[in-house]
Write a new protein. Structure first.
Length: 521
């Protein structure tokens, strides 16, 4: 039975897959999430990524088996109560689409691949809800630096309060660094220094900007940071005064470095609190953290667990209460790219009206699709900021590749597809869908048709009084029905719709245009 107060987050990282279940509680200061249950499985997805950027069969199987187990725990949850996200490895894997499809089948919920900066944002949101806010010397709200070392990428964020400001994602993680620099487990001054310098070169690109912004508190999240803090504390590395619980210190890191060099091989390391699943990736994570301390001039870093998962949960609450960051992002993009908002609203209103008239969906599914169409209409002309010629292609490129907080990579690809399809030739749209291993279904084509017809009917970019117009969809036949003789009085629009008929034929679909129940095209 569904319990409305419960929500869940699934984090498919490059090293571990995690499930967090929490209870949402109303307080005087707003809604709070109290974790109730947590699962973690070490999958090491990144270790299964070969030189051709393909996940091997073993990694594929490990990941799906874990998600199937998570699916059993989530079986009583409604789709609105669960959000599952995937990070770096599935961002770069060429066969990620096949994995995502099977993941949804075994887990029962869609798995979203999020961009690096979106991951950074969610991590920051999680930390901000888990730890007290830092303050400056005069008592005002201070800046917070958050560093999240994952299996395949490392995120850096500076923000204030609950709002992140600077966000970067660097392509280095504990799994990839361990594999690249410590494949045999041997530890000597040369390979340790080489791993640290490689990480320092990556961080140097952003270090000046971050140092200039400054921070009152540094926080490390994810497995590497928490493991290092535990090892430093439990083994009194760097001295008791410099090894408090839940904190990484420079002295502690330097003491651990000496211990690693002393033992010479990861299998010989005997530290209290060192868990077996952390051993294969400890060296890579340590080298990256050492580089972080050096490049950013850190002496001390607090740690936080569950940051990404908490961030996902709080973001999920925001969506359910119409505080959806995606709407904020859309508004910011409209401003950045100089979108004609009046035209966007005209197109959005008609596109959503047409889709609703088709009667393909009901309830929450209908509202979700209408919202997505509104966003697509709001952004379909962002490419005009580059060039009027083929602007729909520019729009599609921007929406597919820009950092769009709140949107998953799948969301962005869907927006890009709609932007590409709202004008121009349709065969290119089918080719784009097939290139992503996606076979368009009736709903896909209907969304494209609604946006396309709305843009066509408001091509003059003025408020036109349209007659009642509806869209009927049956299999591969679209019927656009205008009341009265409006089309007779608008011959240019009628001619454009005749051209549309020919265009839809190219993708194997039939478009019928009726005026007063009479076929005109």
């Amino acid at each position: 039975m569904r319990e409305p107060s419960l929500i869940a987050a699934v984090d498919c990282g490059s090293n571990s897959f995690r499930l967090l279940i929490g209870r949402v509680v109303e307080t005087a200061h707003g809604k709070q999430i109290y974790p109730l249950d947590a699962y973690k499985e070490t999958v090491r997805l990144a270790a299964g990524l070969n030189k051709d950027k393909l996940l091997d069969d073993d990694a594929f199987t490990r990941g799906l088996a874990t998600l199937a187990r998570f699916g059993e725990r989530l079986r009583s949850f409604h789709p609105d109560q669960v959000r599952a996200v995937a990070t770096n490895t599935l961002r770069v894997a060429r066969n990620a689409t096949a994995f995502l499809k099977q993941a949804e089948e075994v887990m029962g919920f869609p798995l979203e691949v999020i961009a690096g900066r979106e991951e950074a944002r969610l991590v920051y949101v999680g930390v901000s809800h888990a730890l007290p806010m830092p303050a400056t010397e005069n008592g005002s709200l201070g800046n917070r630096l958050v560093v999240d070392i994952g299996g395949g990428s490392t995120e850096f964020v500076i923000g204030q309060g609950f709002e992140p400001d600077l966000m970067e994602s660097l392509y280095m993680g504990c799994v990839s660094w361990s594999r690249n620099f410590f494949r045999t487990g041997e530890i000597d001054r040369h390979n340790l220094k080489e791993a640290e310098l490689a990480a320092e070169r990556e961080i140097a690109v952003i270090a000046k900007t971050y140092r200039q912004r400054g921070w009152e508190q540094a926080v490390g999240s994810a497995g590497t940071a928490n493991a290092l803090a535990d090892l430093i504390h439990l083994n009194n590395l760097g001295g008791a005064a410099t090894a408090p619980e839940g904190v990484i210190t420079r002295d502690g890191m330097e003491a651990m470095r000496q211990e690693l060099l002393h033992v010479g091989h990861i299998d010989k390391l005997r530290l209290e609190g060192l868990k077996p699943d952390r051993i294969p990736v400890l060296l890579g994570g340590f080298a990256i953290m050492m580089a972080v301390f050096r490049e950013l001039g850190l002496e001390r870093m607090e740690t936080c667990d569950n940051a990404l998962r908490l961030g996902v949960m709080y973001d999920l609450i925001g969506r359910s209460e119409n505080h959806d960051l995606r709407s904020v992002t859309v508004a910011q993009f409209q401003e950045r790219y100089g979108v004609d908002r009046a035209q966007a609203m005209r197109v959005a209103e008609l596109a959503t009206r047409l889709f609703a008239s088709a009667g393909l969906l009901q309830g929450d599914e209908l509202e979700e699709t209408l919202q997505f169409l509104r966003w697509a209409a709001a952004l379909h002309e962002v490419g005009l900021s580059i060039s009027h010629s083929s602007y729909h292609k520019h729009s599609s490129y921007i929406l597919a590749n820009a950092d769009m907080p709140g949107f998953s990579k799948k969301d962005q690809q869907e927006l890009a597809t709609l932007a590409l399809g709202h004008a121009g030739k349709l065969p290119k749209l089918r080719a784009a869908m097939e290139a992503r291993a996606k076979r368009a279904d009736t709903l896909d084509w209907t969304r494209v048709a609604c946006l396309r017809f709305a843009a066509l009917l408001f091509r003059r970019r003025v408020d036109v009084v349209l007659p009642p117009v509806t869209l009927e969809v049956r299999a591969e036949v679209l019927t656009l029905n205008f009341a009265g003789d409006w089309l007779e009085q608008h011959p240019l629009t009628a001619y454009s719709l005749e051209q549309e008929v020919a265009e839809w034929e190219k993708v194997g679909m039939t478009l019928r245009v009726l005026a007063g129940a009479e076929l005109v095209a």
